[in-house]
Design a protein around this ligand. Structure first.
Ligand SMILES: C[S@@+](CC[C@H](N)C(=O)[O-])C[C@H]1O[C@@H](n2cnc3c(N)ncnc32)[C@H](O)[C@@H]1O
Length: 279
């Protein structure tokens, strides 16, 4: 006995189904204890004594607040600056020259970059620093900001706030730390407004039927998100990415992920890096 509210097999399945239908996150039976632990505090705070009562509240909640909190508790938002850094080296060495070619050909500065599943924003801020270093802040006054989306409102609020413990900034070069952050205390840094302005943070659920983008992207980062999805959900999302990428556009996924063989419309470039268009 650990004093936590019990979750029955049936209750766990009801919850897993609801989460799957809402955000596509696939919870296997192995996650039962994790889910029970993560939701106990929420259930108690709401004044319930069982998962069943909690479900009733979820069903009758028209504000969407409870379901939103549920998703926040279940999704894993772990991230940090310059995570899987070889992607960012490749971005500077190979993607940026390609972006330059496109801009030169089109005669505009319309670059479209999407950090899809951005969690608390570290990936998007990393890209913003690299783009600011490459193009300067001027570029952005003409070009589109980086789009960064997530389904978790809590994660997005943290992204908008832009205040991070040093632990998440360990891989940020010293020069960038000085240039783009204000030190708040021993262990905390604040992203400067000049950097914040380069990013548009929006709530967006990959499970939505409709993706509200007018134009396709040149680069999509969707890293460490699809690991939580089952194959049909993942395939549907990859098809959307394919649709919303420019020809030869880049798709970056997490290093522990793969597109598999069912997506011939992407060609493999290097680990966790693909381009739109068959070989
Ligand atoms: C582990 S974080 C990845 C953060 C960052 N991309 C990285 O690689 O460090 C996974 C994020 O995916 C988000 N996510 C999960 N399901 C989603 C969905 N259906 N729509 C949008 N975002 C989702 C979660 O909220 C979480 O913030």
């Amino acid at each position: 006995m650990d004093g936590l509210i019990e979750i029955s097999e049936k209750e766990f399945r009801t919850l897993a189904d609801l989460i799957y239908r809402t955000v596509g996150i696939h919870l296997t039976d192995k996650k039962k204890m994790l889910v029970r632990g993560r939701l106990n505090k929420v259930i108690r705070r709401l004044g319930f004594s069982s998962f069943e009562e909690y479900f009733h509240a979820l069903e009758s909640d028209t504000s969407g607040r409870n379901i939103s909190e549920l998703i926040d508790r279940i999704s894993t938002n772990h991230t940090y600056f310059f995570r899987e850094n070889d992607h960012f080296d490749f971005f500077c060495e190979t993607v940026v020259p390609w972006l330059n070619e496109i801009m030169a050909k089109k005669g505009n500065r319309d670059l479209r970059i999407w950090s899809a599943g951005c969690a608390s924003g570290e990936e998007a801020y990393t890209l913003a620093m690299l783009l600011a270093e490459t193009y300067g802040f001027d570029y952005f006054s003409a070009g589109a900001p980086i789009l960064a989306t997530d389904v978790s409102s809590t994660a997005l609020n943290a992204a908008l706030l832009g205040s991070y413990p040093f632990e998440r900034l360990k891989d940020v070069p010293q020069l960038f730390l000085q240039k783009y952050f204000t030190k708040l205390g021993m262990d905390r840094y604040q992203v400067k407004d000049v950097l914040k302005k380069l990013i548009l943070f929006k709530r967006f659920n990959f499970n939505n039927e409709h993706f509200p983008f007018r134009n396709a992207f040149h680069v999509i980062f969707c890293r460490n998100v699809m690991i939580y999805f089952d194959p049909p959900t993942k395939d549907r999302l990859i098809a959307k990415f394919q649709h919303f990428l420019e020809p030869d556009g880049f798709l970056f996924i997490g290093h522990s992920e793969t597109l598999g063989r069912s997506h011939p419309s992407f060609r493999y470039i290097r680990p966790a890096t693909y381009r739109k268009g068959a070989v």
